[in-house]
Structures are given as C-alpha cells and as structure tokens.
Design a protein around this ligand. Structure first.
Ligand SMILES: N[C@@H](CCC(=O)N[C@@H](CS)C(=O)NCC(=O)O)C(=O)O
Length: 238
C-alpha cells in the first residue's frame, strides 16, 4: 500500500500543510488506497520537506512529483477529459496557490503574532519542557528566513495580506459558479485548490485573508462540496 508521510492532522483538517493535504486529497480523488504512518520525520524526507510517499520501496518527494508519479504508475483518470487550454489554466491556478498565495499564508501562521499563537499551540502544544520552549522559536526563525529569502518577508504586513487577498479574489472569480475549478468535473487541480482553500477558510486564524476568503460564498461552497465528495470517511492513519 502507498505510504503517505506527512504531518499529523491539525485544526480538524487532514493536514495544516496544504501540500500534504493536496496529496491526501489526490489519493482519495484517484481512489488509491494509502496509509499515513505515525511519527513521520522531516529529517527522513529526501527533500527535507513534507510530504513524501513510499510506494513499495519507490520513494517520491514533492507533492507535484508525487502526483506525476501516481498518474504515470496508476493511470490518470482525473485529467483525461481536459482540453489543452484547461490543462494550461490548471498550471496557472496551481502556481497561484502554491507559489504566490502560499507565502502570505506562511506569514499569517508563523510571523503574525495572532496566527503564531494558534499554530504554536496546535503544532507544539503537546511537547514537554525544554523542547516546548525551544522548538517553536527555532521553527519560527526558520520560516522567517525562508520568507525573507523568497521575498515576501521584505514586505509590510499590509502589503503581504494585500498580495494574498488579490490572489483569493482572482481564484474566486475564476471558480465563479462552476462546481470545480476546471468545470463540471473534478480534476487533479482541485486537490491543490481544496487543500489551500480549506486551510484558509477552516483554520481559525482570524486575519484579513480568512475574512476576505469568507466573503466569497462560492469558495466555502466549493470546500464543502469537495469535503462531502472525498472526505466523508475519516482519513486513513496507520
Ligand atoms: N514544493 C513542495 C513544498 C512542500 C513544503 O513546502 N512543505 C512544507 C510544509 S507546508 C514543509 O515541509 N516545511 C518544512 C520546512 O521547511 O522545514 C511540495 O509541493 O511538496
């Protein structure tokens, strides 16, 4: 069975990492059985990030490469119906979530004191002294460095949330009144979209981007639709 290595569930979501939740959503959309071994360790990940999978000894890291591998190995039923233009739009939507919106989300969780108070408790709350004192500080410092290197960390808080809100508006307008991002049928891009939008709407960090996303009824309806279709059963945990 496919082993999906990822962070433990948090905030009532399968994962608070949108990249991990993307792969778990894809596995469910594609109907591929999987398990999530407990105690997944970032240090064992080939690329030092989550998620990665082990499929009978074949280890693949990075959510997009994992999905490419799963499509190549088990077939690609989800995207078979797409036109070239829809495939191109899927790539652009994916980049907006993963390369743009992701960074304001990271800021809201790890740098903004309001978000960090929640994340600190959810992620590190069960750690014991002295790790409970040290690890959150080290993790936060690491994320601050990443944000600075990527560039988002050089903007003001207002500028960062303006970038995030503009992405959210564009994505909500693109979805419009369609049931799924590329039309009437779900496609693999919906794994990314659901993972990011559920993490934005349903993680109780009350910052401008969440409030902004909540003004678009289609985004909430979309997340409910995806949840009902693919997560009516409890996520598999080994
Ligand atoms: N491009 C990667 C991104 C994965 C990623 O950034 N994962 C984050 C969690 S959202 C992570 O593992 N961060 C740990 C770290 O940077 O130390 C993918 O698509 O899987």
């Amino acid at each position: 069975m496919i082993k999906l290595y990822q962070f433990p569930p948090a905030f009532g979501l399968p994962n608070m990492s949108p990249f991990c939740m993307k792969v778990e959503t894809y596995l469910r959309m594609a109907g591929l059985p999987y398990e999530c071994p407990r105690g997944a360790d970032l240090r064992k990940s080939p690329k030092g990030k989550m998620p990665y999978i082990d499929d009978n000894g074949k280890v693949v890291a990075d959510s997009t490469f994992i999905i490419d591998y799963l499509k190549a190995t088990y077939g690609d039923t989800l995207d078979a119906h797409l036109t070239q233009a829809q495939r191109a739009l899927g790539v652009v939507i994916q980049r907006t979530f993963e390369e743009s919106l992701y960074w304001p989300v990271v800021h809201s969780r790890w740098i903004d004191d309001i978000g960090f108070a929640k994340v600190n408790q959810a992620v590190f709350g069960r750690m014991t002294f002295p790790l409970r004192q040290v690890i959150p500080i080290v993790a936060r410092r690491g994320l601050r460095k990443q944000l600075h290197a990527q560039g988002t960390g050089r903007h003001t808080r207002d500028e960062i949330y303006a970038i995030g809100c503009r992405d959210i508006t564009a994505l909500a307008d693109l979805l419009g009144d369609q049931p799924y991002f590329l039309g009437d049928e779900p496609a693999s891009i919906d794994a990314t979209a659901y993972a990011f939008l559920a993490n934005l709407l349903w993680v109780p960090i009350d910052l401008p981007m969440r409030a902004h996303a909540a003004t678009f009824a289609n985004l909430e309806a979309y997340c409910r639709r995806m949840k009902a279709r693919y997560f009516s059963s409890t996520p598999a945990r080994a």
